[in-house]
Design a protein around this ligand. Sequence first.
Ligand SMILES: Nc1ncnc2c1ncn2[C@@H]1O[C@H](COP(=O)(O)OP(=O)(O)OP(=O)(O)O)[C@@H](O)[C@H]1O
Length: 652
Amino acid sequence: MSLNKQQIEAIRTIQGPCLILAGAGSGKTTVIIEKIIRLINYYGYHPNEIFAVTFTNKAAQEMKNRIKKKIFINYKNNLNKLNIFTFHSLGMKIISKSLNILGYNKNYTLFDYHDQIRLIKNIVSKEFRHNNDILKKIIKYISFQKNKIYSPKKSKKKASSKEEKIFSEYYQEYNNFLKKYNVFDFDDLIYVAVYLLKKCQKIKEKWQNCIKYLLVDEYQDTNYSQYKLIKLLSGNNSNFTLVGDDDQSIYSWRGANVENLLFLKNDYPKLQVIKMERNYRSSKRILKVANILISNNQHIFKKKLFSTLEDGIKIKILKLKNEYDESETIISKILLHKLKNNLKYKDYVILYRKNQQSKIFEKNLFQKQIPYVIHENNSFFNKPDIRNLISYLKFIINQDDNISFLKIINIPSRGIGISTIKKIIKYSKYYNKNYYFVIQDINFQKILRKNTRNLLNKFIKLCENIILFSKKNPKKILYKIINDIKYKEWLLKNNKNIKNNIQNIEILLNLIDNYFNTYIKYNNIINSYEILIKLINQLSIHDTNINVSNKNNDYDAIQLMTIHASKGLEFPIVFIIGFEEGIIPSYHNVKNKNISEERRLVYVAITRAKKELIISFCNQRYYYGSIIDIKPSRFLFELPKNDLLWENYLKE
Ligand SMILES: Nc1ncnc2c1ncn2[C@@H]1O[C@H](COP(=O)(O)OP(=O)(O)OP(=O)(O)O)[C@@H](O)[C@H]1O
């Protein structure tokens, strides 16, 4: 592949701060990888002096693999030292080096969303305890405070309404509990890292000295705390490359702020801005349509993408009756198209706004025995049967984690009743001891009935046995947990879908084994307990990209995913389904007047296509039990008419 002029400039600019403004398909990933290789091969950087931050684990892994192939032989063994992180794993690395200062011990674990909800439930007043919407709202509030780098104290000061005042009190209490349990939540990974770097000059200098060159991908999707983290790590005169595309900023609901791109000019007056405008992915027609659509948004920087590929055929617009009709028509179109063009199933992707939209397609593809893969966000680790096991693993590392304790104490059910749990909680509050230590306390045991005492002692014995095993290989530990608690038997009793559950357990065992073996291969750590801690925390900050589908990348299947999940990917033939008001733009963003973000989402979807783009919408859709009439998306009317080919499937 020969690089173009802009790409070469982007790769060769290594002194001072550099912003690469790159359009879709212009080779961002390619440039970051080539730049790292050049830093090592030509400029003599040691791999461990380079830090790269990507948005997903998959992107990080892909980068490592591609760099490995091109790096000079004398550096090959050092490749494991290449620091490619996601924002969360970088934050975790920074925090884990300063646990003492933070008052944590090294067995800390991470809280996921479900743990957070359970904790907040214990904190709020009775009237809110069973109101899921309020609980979620409080978690969201805390998350936003941490993203703004507001401590509970500052949040209290800034609170302007009665609700905010109450929430800021909860925030304080919530944080106190996290510390008591020796756990962090996800937002902490960045919030606490920023806090450390801000408060401790020495730690900041240590990290700044460590990072000789910093690269950040998808910069347009950084939120305030991530922006702060990068700023603190890079220092005033640092050498870094940030890569971003303001048109592909699609995470404002997670606090991402595309204006972080704007701040750069103020923060770094010597910033060099390089634009990459040649698209290597899509036909001229697809690119024209994408450019025209996105020109309706306000822009921070001007750029005009162009393609030198073929003109390409018109964009097909399918007008359909309802979602059943949509799935039938699209599936038969794919089959016919595949046959005519001799393509593979995996050349086709079906993109949608909401996960829910995939259900009918899944059912239909399954019935027709057509291979498909659904890329679901985080769904694997959200499955209850998997979460139970992860809670066990978390608990054997960190027995201070009361939330994991509560999760496992009755899984499988052991007959330890709610009144006993209440007694544990009360005693814990009074004597300031965490739950697992309460149940071992002889004075506590004295207040229990004999039967309850026996049940708790049995549970303690089981925990002790597993904890003793925690120095072994993580896969063996998980095996032991599954056997000792008779997990499969319990699932069998309680669950109809046992085949799936057993398969999930096998996938988890394999994931853990792979992680362990890879870790051993690339790192000097041979203490499997340390690896276990890393593994559990890595699993907790996994993103959508751990391949848990049991299928490798070569598996030939139609791909189904949300538009968000398709970011960074490309496919010869792209279908965008449900192109309707209420779906895209979503009701939520229409209500919040955030149409630009929805437009960017459509832009991302369109620019995934290499050769053909097909957009479908229905006249009616099933909503909460009734059929309603719907309108095509407003974005359809922003596309250039002459480049569209309408196919009306309505039987008039
Ligand atoms: N100089 C080049 N010559 C030929 N092909 C190239 C060149 N640079 C990039 N490509 C190809 O263009 C396609 C898009 O590149 P890449 O995925 O790096 O783009 P991107 O900017 O990260 O895209 P997006 O942001 O839309 O996900 C890839 O197939 C890549 O191999």
